[in-house]
Each structure stands twice: as C-alpha cells, then as structure tokens.
Design a protein around this ligand. Structure first.
Ligand SMILES: NC(=O)c1ccc[n+]([C@@H]2O[C@H](COP(=O)([O-])OP(=O)(O)OC[C@H]3O[C@@H](n4cnc5c(N)ncnc54)[C@H](O)[C@@H]3O)[C@@H](O)[C@H]2O)c1
Length: 320
C-alpha cells in the first residue's frame, strides 16, 4: 500500500523540504500549515505534484483539522509533526506563543491521531530541551531543565508523545534537532544576518562577542538522518539527538561568511558578552554517538553546513 503522510508545518523551512523528500520517495503527502511563519512559496515545487495536497489551517482549530483528516480517502501511514513556534525570542517575550504553537499543536495532533487511528508519529524536538547543562548532551541525561519556553514546551511535547506511545501509537520517533540551516530558512542567525545586511549593507551588528559556538547542521543531512532513523530505529519510542560529529561553528565564522557572501564591504560590530539573548544557550556539547551507533554519520561539518546554507540563502534572496 502506498504511504500517505500528514506533515504539519508543511510550509515552513524544514517541513517544506520534508514534503519534497517524501514525494520524491513516492509517498502521498497532505500538508497543514497556518502560514504564520511558513510561506506558500516554499511549497512551489510540491504544489505542482499530483500526490500533494495543502491545507492552510491552524492545528489549534480542531474542527478544521478534523474535517481535513476525515476528508482523505486514503488512510494515513503516519504523521510528521514539524509545526511549532520556531521564533524562540517571541516565546521568551510571550509564553502563550510556545504554549499554543509548540505544545498545544502536539496535544491536538495526538488527539486527532488517536481519533483517526494514525499509527506512527515522527516529531521535531530540539537540543533546547537540555537547557544550559555544562556537560556532554547525551539522550539519557536528566532531569532536564530547559531555559526557554520553547525548550520547555518541546520537552512537554516529548512527554505527551511518550504517554501516547504507551496508550495508542504503534511507534514514535523523537528527533532532537540542532540548529538546522539551508535554503527556505524562515528564521535563524544566517537569515537574521542577511536581513540586517539588506537593511544596512555597511554594518552588521552581532549580539554577543562572536565566540558563542553551536553545531550547525544542513537540512539535506537532517532529512537523510530522519529517514535513516525511521528506517532503522525499531523501538516503540525512539529518541535521538541529530547533529554533526563533534564539530561546531563560532558566531564569528557565521558572521564573516555571511558578510563575505552578502555584503563584503560591511563592518561587523559585536555587542559584547557571551550570551546573545535570553533563552539562548551559548555553548553546546552535543553527543550524536547514539545515532552514529545506529549507523548514520553526517556528510558535512558544521562549518561546511554554514558555507552551503549561506550560499543558498543569499542566492535565494537575489538582492545582493
Ligand atoms: N530550524 C531549526 O534549527 C530547528 C531546530 C530545532 C527544532 N526545530 C523544529 O523543527 C520544526 C520545523 O522548524 P522550522 O525551522 O522549519 O520552522 P518554521 O517556522 O519554518 O516551520 C514551522 C511551521 O509551523 C507552522 N505553524 C506554527 N504553528 C502552527 C499552528 N498552530 N498550526 C499550523 N501550523 C503552524 C508555521 O507557520 C511554520 O510554517 C519545528 O518544530 C521546530 O521547532 C527546528
């Protein structure tokens, strides 16, 4: 039987790439997005595909989503839950944002899945659930105390998925993403830098002192890793950190690469301090050993992922 997947957050950065990848594998895909952060243009190739249907709807509107699911003639093989608030700073300013779009979307999707007997769930979690721990971040450490509402609501979503796996899901995969970069970005440091440079090509203001380090990961590697994990991780509830093998990128490298590609005459001005904004985790030591043991390794280092993403996003914006 042909696979039919529900993708939430389908018009977002990662969701739209996921839709393309699932269609390329021969699946039928139904996408939902309220277009709050996502863009219809991200779905331009998919919208031409006969096996794709897109619905502009809010996951927190149960009646609308109920109708979408009930209207499908082919039952769903599984759901990929990518919808969330991806603007961590918006969630720091207003905790309702993450409660609604990061947690309640998961809760409402799980209710729909139970009602319509959708057996499998793949979920986009985050390294932000670990908070600011000064140790290697392996999947089995705890207790976890996130330092952003976003991280808190993702951790709560993981807990809700765990309970659903116990009661009605056949299988679930939780992916703890690092900072993912690539074309169609809707947010993130590279996206912010390019937008700032568009406004002011003479100067780039960078929060912090430029020494903050994070692992960056290209969306092409992410899709490959998610596919590998869903194909090979066979527990009822599977949870994996996804990321680069021990490579990180300094904000300074990110800023310099972006300036070189987008506005070479710009001067970089650092605001100082080693923390960019409240809720930001300055240094991350992310373990991807569990994923390596499963048999998957990334193709790109963190800096290579940044190089490729900067080139893609600058080319996409075509304004420089
Ligand atoms: N990009 C990253 O670096 C990163 C890192 C860790 C985790 N994640 C997670 O991966 C997923 C995809 O992230 P992304 O970077 O593509 O972000 P994104 O903002 O581009 O995509 C999320 C999509 O969800 C949609 N959405 C939000 N609330 C909704 C609602 N109530 N109903 C329907 N649609 C709604 C948005 O419009 C958006 O298109 C998210 O769950 C995010 O938390 C992303």
């Amino acid at each position: 039987m042909q696979n039919h997947y529900l993708v939430t957050g389908a018009a977002g950065f990662i969701g739209s790439h996921l839709v393309d990848a699932l269609l390329a594998r021969g699946a039928t895909v139904t996408g939902i997005d309220n277009l709050k952060l996502g863009r219809r243009e991200n779905l331009a190739p998919a919208l031409k595909h006969p096996a794709f249907k897109f619905y502009e709807a809010d996951l927190n509107d149960p009646a609308a989503c109920e109708k979408i699911i009930a209207d499908q003639s082919v039952p769903f093989t599984g759901a990929w839950h990518m919808a969330a608030n991806s603007d961590i700073r918006a969630g720091v300013a207003d905790p309702d944002v993450d409660f609604q779009d990061t947690f309640l979307t998961t809760h409402n999707l799980l209710k729909l899945m139970r009602e319509h007997k959708i057996p499998r769930l793949a979920f986009a979690s985050t390294s932000a659930i670990y908070g600011d721990l000064k140790q290697k971040l392996t999947e089995d450490i705890g207790p976890l105390f996130p330092i952003s509402n976003y991280g808190a609501m993702k951790l709560a979503s993981e807990a809700a998925i765990s309970a659903a796996a116990e009661s009605f899901l056949e299988q679930a995969w939780i992916f703890r993403f690092p900072n993912v970069v690539g074309s169609r970005a809707t947010h993130g440091a590279i996206f912010d830098f390019i937008h700032k440079l568009k406004k002011n090509p003479a100067e780039l203001e960078v929060l912090g002192d430029g020494t903050q380090e994070k692992p960056y990961f290209h969306v092409a590697d992410l899709l490959d890793a998610m596919r590998f994990i869903t194909d090979h991780a066979t527990e009822k509830l599977n949870f994996f950190n996804i990321g680069t093998s021990d490579t990180v990128t300094m904000v300074k490298y990110l800023a310099e690469t972006t300036v070189r590609a987008a506005a070479p005459a710009a001067k970089i001005r650092y605001t100082g301090g080693n923390r960019g904004w409240v809720g930001d985790v300055p240094k991350v030591d992310y373990s991807v050993e569990k994923l390596r043991k499963l048999g998957w390794s990334p193709r790109l280092t963190s800096n290579q992922a940044v190089d490729r993403a900067v080139a893609e996003i600058v080319a996409e914006m075509k304004t420089f």
